[in-house]
Design a protein around this ligand. Structure first.
Ligand SMILES: [Zn+2]
Length: 325
């Protein structure tokens, strides 16, 4: 099996965006050390809209410092053989930098909230900003907040940027809140497939490749355990990032009384589930496992669990790869 460890490299989008050091630089440096120890490549889906905004505000001292820190780290990631991919959070279009901090407006959170020509401009502009830093184009895409639908709305923009690989879908994923909206209930229960205009409908002759994020069904017991672990031992179980999530309270409560569709993830204590997800993928004879995590949401415990997971998977003769062709 090919295993892809992917990380959405970004700030938080709740009331506090957090700092670049704690949400991005420090946890990513730790990830690079772990990857080096095991000699494996990682994939970073970089929130390029944030980079565009930083670039617009380089006259602000903090923005200049943050832009330089991120640019340096992205170049290091490329030099170390990790893949940089395009992650698009279009709500950056409506954000402001005021009194030394980001004022986020997530009313238009999805690409579907913009016209097709705006989508084209956004994707092309964000992609170019990333190319200017890393010196080469990206070949893989992940929509911000999994909001990749309707795909027909963003298809042309991706084609125009020669991006034919998406990794936004997870089996049975569903979310309908004021910001998020996606429905992957009809997606194939497979690790990858080709498609044309609808990422959930397999089309053997399709132009695009979906590399699905591996799904995981989580019982309320896990969330209870997570809640108590974070309260009793925050140093080990609480995320390193110092901002807060864009919350959907209804969804959070639901996690405590019924099992929910999630995905393979190394964020915080979720990383403890990776070995059992891998075993399940093996039983299903799948040829890939795609893990989606965020540097901002990693906790001290995540690195220990990731270390164990990588060792276990390598022992089982699985390989860690990027999506680069
Ligand atoms: Zn994101």
């Amino acid at each position: 099996m090919q295993i892809h460890l992917s990380f959405d490299y970004e700030l938080f989008f709740g009331s506090e965006s957090g700092t670049v050091d704690n949400c991005m630089i420090k946890p990513t440096t730790q990830l690079m050390d772990l990857a080096k120890k095991h000699n494996i490549p990682l994939i970073f889906f970089v929130d390029a809209g944030y980079l565009c905004q930083l670039k617009k505000h380089l006259s602000e001292p903090l923005c200049l410092i943050d832009f330089n820190k991120i640019s340096t780290q992205l170049k290091q990631l490329v030099e170390s053989g990790h893949e940089i991919a395009l992650h698009v959070h279009p709500h950056w279009e409506d954000c402001k930098f005021e009194n030394g901090k980001w004022v986020l407006n997530t009313e238009r959170y999805k690409l579907g909230d913009f016209s097709e020509s705006e989508v084209n401009q956004i994707i092309t502009n964000y992609h170019q900003t990333l190319i200017d830093i890393i010196g080469k184009p990206c070949h893989s895409f992940r929509a911000g907040g999994w909001c990749v639908q309707p795909f027909s709305h963003i298809k042309k923009a991706l084609m125009g940027n020669s991006i034919f690989r998406d990794s936004s879908v997870y089996f049975n994923g569903y979310h309908d809140s004021s910001a998020h909206s996606y429905d992957f209930k009809k997606a194939p229960d497979k690790s990858d497939w080709r498609f044309e205009s609808d990422c959930c409908i397999e089309d053997f002759n399709g132009s695009f490749n979906e590399i699905a994020i591996t799904s995981d069904k989580i019982d309320p017991v896990f969330y209870l355990e997570l809640y108590f672990k974070m309260r009793s031992n925050p140093k080990v179980f609480k995320p390193i990032g110092d901002g807060n999530w864009l919350k959907d309270k209804k969804r959070i409560y639901k996690q405590f009384y019924s099992s929910t569709n999630h995905f393979a993830c190394a964020d915080g204590y979720f990383a403890s589930r990776l070995i059992s997800i891998l075993k399940k993928q093996q039983r299903k004879n799948q040829n890939r496992m795609m893990v989606l995590s965020h540097p901002k949401s990693l906790a001290a415990c995540s690195f220990g669990y990731l270390n164990m997971f990588i060792s276990y998977a390598k022992n089982q003769k699985h390989t860690f790869t990027t999506l680069k062709t």
